[in-house]
Design a protein around this ligand. Sequence first.
Ligand code: AHR
Length: 644
Amino acid sequence: VKSSGGNSTSHYGVKYGYGFLHEDINNSGDGGIYAELIQNRAFQYSDAYPVSTDHYYPINGAGLSIQFLGKPLSDALPASMRVNAANGTGAVGFENEGYWGMDVKQQKYTGSFWVKGAYDGSFTASLKSNLTDDVFGSVEIESKSVANDWTEHEFVLEPTEDAPNSNNTFAVTFDPAGTSNGTLDFNLISLFPPTYKDRKNGLRIDLAEALEGLNPSFLRFPGGNMLEGLTLGTEWDWKDTLGPLKNRPGFQGVWGYQQTHGLGIVEYLEWAEDMGLEIVVGCYAGLALDGNFTTPEELKPFIDDCLNEIEFIKGPADSEWGSRRAELGHPEPYKLDYVEVGNEDWLAGYPAGWESYKQYRFPMFYEALKAAHPEITVVGSAASSDPGGIDPITLELNNATDVVTYPEDVLGDYHPYREPDELVYEFDRFDNDYGHIIGEVAATHVNNGTRWEDGLYYFPWWIGSVGEAVSLIGYERNSDRIPGTFYAPVLRNMNRWQWAITILQFAADPALTTRSTSWYVWSLFAHHPITHTLPTNGGYGPVWWGAGVDEDRNGAKVWKGACYNTTDGADEAVSVRFEGVKRGQKATLTLLTNPGGDPYDYNDPLEGNNIVQSETQVLIADRKGSFHFNMPQLSVAVLDTDVE
Ligand code: AHR
């Protein structure tokens, strides 16, 4: 174990990285970053969520009902919606309310739907107001529909005006006179606005760009809890997410809603590719969230599945799974250096599942992964202080003999959801420890509050974000053993959520997309990367700090600091001297503050406010080569000698 804070070089071939975990929580995938506008597009269902026509409304008295036809659209999508023209006069159809509305602009929307039933006529697809009779755009689609088979109808819809708000719906109508009995069956009704980097089945632009604005380097997926499923047999199965949407059965998820499987493994890989992110892929390790777990005899198929998933991601295009990836349009292997075995196995299955993780589940995975892929860094889904998820202040209460020990080349995964004071307390948490990723971290609870009993705070808030900054510096100064830190979870749809603290909040209207106080802190740190830490001297508190150099930017020297002063309002005077820096050297100081002064202030999507003030100034080193500046109470700063 190396000592902290000085001369450490990443072992991992990448710069120290900031990133995030993404799983579908808070409708962050469906109804979130996955740009599909139609909710319940394919009438998917699971044990937890029965099939329904929810989110659809009849037009002109049509009857809408779920059917399980003898000839379904596909094995994956056995249910469909019958539209029955009860009165027979005038166009009938349905409208879909989207994920709590739809943003309608003068841009190209790409849509499709499948129909079964003879129809001689045309369909009208339109985007309209839910409040008035306004139709913002519509398109006629000639029917190709026949009696005994499913036919796909594709279209492009370009509204001629912007809708004034997002309370809009998408409608499809047809003339029942052209049908044989006034009835048509519909499935897989889909509508996409333009997407991030123009990907088919891609990401919502404003959310992707807000994440890109963090200057991230890592994406961890597909969970989180989502990886594991609520019960054995309901884990997120990457194979169910491959290929055309009609072959994706959907997933019951673990966060209270049916999911489409639209944001599948290929979409995650494209996301990473488009943002230039390293990936950490979680393999299901035989533990369900209800605490049930697999026996050693049952585990082998999951290990094989993990190896297949790795082959799908990075195998050559002529390998079994690599060729499947090539078929899907990406012959070049993706880069994959980190594979995590399970997720928080100490928590969901504690103590029995945890015991099984230590006794055989992790070792069996580890052996197989190392044998097949010695180049991959295996990540274990617990940290050196687990089990129990006890906060660091009370950690001593744990039974030390129950703490995880991994082989030397394994990284642990630490998930501190903490009070800001605790994050500050953790500044030196990794100074004498083995390697970890910080796979999920956020300030979630106010200091001295009731923690989980009363839920999380409303939004990331200023003192919480400054507390995060202190812990981020603590992780980064151990970058010889910590390749990166991941915020989690990142997205919260304000219309349906269960986890309040996310780095972004959003709704259907992109104008409501809100960068939280933490977004500003993480973005600042990530925009000033280092390749090595620098040896340091000086004390810590109330300013907590770290320093490094970026060889990729001509040896730019970087100082990152957070003033976590909760007791008095005085500024802290800071002097920074880098060895080798001479009088007259310039450096850019970026200082984040909350001029409002209330530590509990936050950025509220409903008010559209931003409490974080960011100021940048160029400082000049004095005759001793030192830079001098003041840090107000509760502030975050970066000093960087790479001055443009
Ligand atoms: O980020 C939310 C949840 O917190 C994750 O799914 C889980 O890994 C952790 O407990």
